[in-house]
Design a protein. Sequence first.
Length: 301
Amino acid sequence: MTHDEKPTVAVLGPGGIGGLLAGLLSRAGHRVICLAGDGTAAALRASGIRVRSGLFGDFTAAVETDTELRVPVDVCLVAVKQTALEAALDRVPPAALGDALLVPFLNGVEHPATLRARYREDVVAPAVIRVESTRVAPGEIVHGSPFAEIDLTGDGVAKERLEALADALGSAGPTTRVLPDETAALWAKMSFLAPLALLTTRYALPLGDVRTRHREELTALVEETAAVSRASGAPADPAQALARYDAFPATTRSSMQRDAEAGRPLELDAIGDALLRAAARHGVPVPVATRLVRELRNAGH
Ligand SMILES: NC(=O)c1ccc[n+]([C@@H]2O[C@H](COP(=O)([O-])OP(=O)(O)OC[C@H]3O[C@@H](n4cnc5c(N)ncnc54)[C@H](OP(=O)(O)O)[C@@H]3O)[C@@H](O)[C@H]2O)c1
């Protein structure tokens, strides 16, 4: 891939995130191949991806589809949820991926190791995305947030490859930057997300009620998460995290909470249990996180 060419992009899991990126990249002139199950692949082949976005406009973009990666690509974006990751990766045989970059957009901190166990270490380039985007039907994407920001990382990935991909993504729409420290990038997102997701889902309350009615727990959980982040080698600023929660609209809900309300599987292992595992590895006490994860499990999640 060079700066002059438009990379060919596969998108594994064309949902809220994958569908938005596939639509934007196709609109920008990239060849885009969405990898999905038969039903979703057929729907996308027939009608393309329809994006509704205040930031990027409303548009329909044609994409190719397949149930498995069979053609050479420059990049494969991975945008399934953690609960579907193992099964979905069967659609991307390592030989078909070759030396294409594999760029997961999942929340959490453990999936890069899962990918590196299956694929070449020097092609796994984790991304963090800040956006709110929802797949309302196969190929129908509603991008609700007035922002879409991507941090690209990848310990062991050539910097010029990350820069070229950041150029391509940035030209298609989302503000994209390359960050030098993968652990710091992943934990920055985790430190913000874990307290928000665990508390809003446990109490089935929007952020506004969590930060007033469960303030002590929120503060304790933010401090626990920051301690685990620091022990994992990433900086953390609990006071800043609290200030960010306070600045968000009171009606803010987490995607874990929306999944719980809709009866979908939660990314509890990737966000809650992963936090507990990291804490155990580093000997950091996390009593509030431990109780919240246990209560969510006891509630059937
Ligand atoms: N949505 C957001 O605003 C947002 C923001 C930041 C981070 N994230 C993170 O991004 C990741 C993706 O979330 P999302 O909201 O985009 O999820 P999503 O809307 O549920 O999309 C997931 C997609 O994966 C597909 N899929 C499931 N199993 C598959 C398989 N075996 N093979 C191929 N495709 C499969 C689904 O297909 P069907 O369409 O056929 O069901 C769906 O299109 C999560 O880790 C989430 O935490 C999301």
